[in-house]
Design a protein around this ligand. Structure first.
Ligand code: CTP
Ligand code: MG
Ligand code: K
Length: 185
């Protein structure tokens, strides 16, 4: 179950840490503020982070598809496929939805955090740990409702809601100590 849950979410897990490693430079909101006087998204959401996150999320997803074309098990667990076997267009769309959706969820919540008056990097517990998960689920559901409901069953969703915050906190602590994250959350 754990293996299946992580396997399904891998294209959505990769973008955030890679955005933290490669992010910086021009912010997506171009430095603009809204009528509340606060930034639209803030300096923590950059084009470089978005593109690097999307790129590496897609690369990992494509590697998973390649793996599935050779073998269908991992540690003798039968792996789910990303909609259709082999390098199908529908599988690529699902992987894109997972990768882009996670970045979208993160950006959407930064927008929301700025409206609450929270500065860039200020913690918003639960939201920070799960925004990208909900973003990935939303876009994947839109891309392929049938694939989503067949794979993200209630037990898998429960596993991911518990596991993701633990993984997120763990990678962020590592990111903080190697110097790619400003805060350990
Ligand atoms: N990052 C980026 N572009 C993105 C997402 C993330 O450049 N689209 C980088 C930024 O350097 C950011 C870091 O990854 O600081 C960590 O991401 P996150 O914790 O989501 O950003 P915060 O700095 O905490 O900003 P916010 O308060 O808006 O969440
Ligand atoms: Mg943060
Ligand atoms: K975040």
């Amino acid at each position: 179950m754990l293996i299946i849950a992580v396997w399904l979410m891998l294209p959505a897990y990769i973008p955030s840490p890679l955005a933290a490693v490669f992010g910086g430079g021009k912010p997506i909101d171009g430095g603009r503020t809204m009528s509340d006087g606060r930034r639209i998204l803030g300096d923590g959401k950059t084009y470089r982070g978005l593109l690097a996150g999307l790129f590496f999320g897609m690369v990992v997803g494509l590697l998973q598809m390649y793996y599935l074309s050779k073998r269908t098990t991992l540690f003798s667990v039968e792996l789910p496929s990303f909609a259709g076997n082999g390098m199908s267009a529908s599988a690529i769309i699902v992987i894109f939805a997972l990768a882009f959706g996670s970045l979208f969820g993160d950006m959407f919540m930064s927008f929301f955090k700025r409206r609450l008056g929270l500065k860039r990097g200020a913690p918003l517990p639960v939201v920070d740990q799960l925004d990208f998960v909900f973003g990935a689920w939303l876009l994947t559901y839109i891309a392929s409702p049938a694939w989503f409901t067949a794979n993200f069953t209630i037990p898998i969703i429960i596993v991911l809601l518990v596991l993701t915050p633990v993984l997120h906190l763990g990678t962020n602590i590592i990111g903080y100590f190697i110097g790619v994250k400003n805060e350990p959350w």
